[in-house]
Write a protein that binds this ligand. Structure first.
Ligand code: CUA
Length: 161
């Protein structure tokens, strides 16, 4: 079969690009430990903040729960335009699972210096887990534009020695 040399060059370049992109995805997935959030559960966004029937309606200081030594779970409600709670304190070395949902519009949840980055969709619970081996402050923000107060949606995880 005859292939024009110029056409063959384009075929080679195209295949090389596909290989480069696939390699980049595989390297970032395994070397940087990408986590892909999956929908964990469905909730009614109109009732999700109601005290007594939902963990996102509990008092703020009860939404971060210690399940075992150095093992926590956090129920964070995203709403226009705040995260509740927006200040979480855990000891160094803790593993914490975040359950985040929205009671109004779509938000985002990304924690700097971790591999946590997920959409927060009303009616769904997004969940990911991270371990904090270094003490310090980790800031989280909303990274989906959600209205005029979008830039005020942030919080801090304080990891103590
Ligand atoms: Cu919430 Cu942007």
């Amino acid at each position: 079969m005859h292939i024009d040399p110029q056409e063959r060059n384009y075929i080679v370049i195209t295949i090389a690009l596909v290989v480069i992109f696939a390699t980049a995805i595989l390297v970032s997935a395994f070397a940087y430990d990408i986590q892909v959030p999956v929908p964990y559960a469905e909730v009614n966004p109109n009732e999700v903040a109601t005290p007594g029937i939902s963990p996102w309606g509990d008092p703020l200081d009860e939404r971060v729960r210690e399940l075992a030594p150095n093992k926590y779970e956090a129920y964070i409600l995203a709403q226009t335009w705040a995260f509740l709670p927006n200040r979480i304190t855990i000891p160094k070395g803790s593993t914490i699972t975040f359950y985040v949902t929205s009671k109004d519009v779509q938000h985002g949840f990304i924690i700097a210096d971790t591999n946590i980055n997920m959409m927060v969709i009303p009616g769904q619970v997004s969940t990911l887990t991270a371990t904090f081996d270094k003490a310090g402050e980790y800031h989280f923000v909303c990274n989906e534009y959600c209205g005029v107060g979008h830039q005020t949606m942030f919080g801090t995880i304080i990891v103590e020695e």
